[in-house]
Design a protein around this ligand. Sequence first.
Ligand code: MN
Length: 158
Amino acid sequence: MPKRILVIEDNPANMELMVYLLKAYGYALLTATDGESGLAVASREQPDLILCDVHLPRLDGYGVVRTLKRTPSLRGIPAVAVTALAMVGDRDKLIEAGFDGYISKPIEPETFVAEIERFLPGSAPFHHRAVEPGVLGDETETCLHQEKRRQDGDHTDR
Ligand code: MN
């Protein structure tokens, strides 16, 4: 049985991308486009993982996760916020509200599935997807570059 993932997202382009990527990796998808119907689908279907936008009609992501974590039959399902919020305070607020983690938008097709799988209990490790050497190389180079700048006294990226 494939793992079932509920995506609650009101932006059609983001929804389409997430559904496309997750289906490509063999997951079964459930979707909702507002917070209230997201909660209804969650309690009816008991998915393995919930990915939830923060800005949603009818009930926002904070309201969704508060209800999820207050409901005994739902609180065990990992809930991950998918959000463009970049401020540290907002991240803390997401975790405080009950989210198990967050993924930032824009969604990166190369890393999205690996990111969500960190929150999926019992999922196979991400080993069957090879990381392209160039991608890893660039990232390492960027880190080294930033570290060097820090050592040189440049703190602009903090
Ligand atoms: Mn939204």
